[in-house]
Design a protein. Sequence first.
Length: 208
Amino acid sequence: MRLSVNNLACDRGGRRIFEGVSFTLLSGEALVITGRNGAGKSTLLELLAGRLHPAGGKIIWEGAGERSLTECLHYVGHRDALKSALTAQENLDFARDFLGNPALSPAEALEAVGLAHAARLPVGYLSAGQRHRVALARLLVAHRPLWLLDEPTSALDAASQETLRQLLENHRAQGGMIAATTHSPLFLSEPKEIRIERQSARIEREVP
Ligand SMILES: Nc1ncnc2c1ncn2[C@@H]1O[C@H](COP(=O)(O)OP(=O)(O)OP(=O)(O)O)[C@@H](O)[C@H]1O
């Protein structure tokens, strides 16, 4: 599978946020997106997720047969889209039924993020970091090759950040792809990196 982004531009609120964003992402690769506050990192993920329309440029998704880009991705944004009144397990049951392509069971996914003990608690009772881990567990209950993650380490302690790093590397090892915004290192193996700057984006380092 291959995601190609060519000369992408985005306008929001009547002004140009960025332009000239180009990169490719292949199976097994990770892209780390950096930039100052307000540069447009989340906006770039929203464009890739199909939540916004580009003002220019192209997003090309190849190698997934009939499946469109939106059918092939998980998006975890700042808003976790969890239902507070439902338990962690119920939230994951819902995601699994809704998304199709089942992968791990909800119990296995909660175990993988270290939250087996919280399966029966309403998500509204969980801490910010625990809640974020439930949102990340959603990645595991339905198979989608491309993970779009907006500041995935936010609210995570050091142990949970390491768990996340392992989940991301496992996903890549199985041919998955990741694009993640971040203000802090994710410690991934040889990621591609792109820095979003006002009205332009520069490839900092690209792995051959
Ligand atoms: N719904 C919206 N309408 C208009 N402008 C918006 C909207 N959402 C975001 N913006 C603007 O788009 C720009 C980019 O925002 P974005 O959230 O993508 O930045 P970011 O790089 O992710 O920032 P941060 O590091 O603070 O999370 C900002 O100037 C922001 O004010």
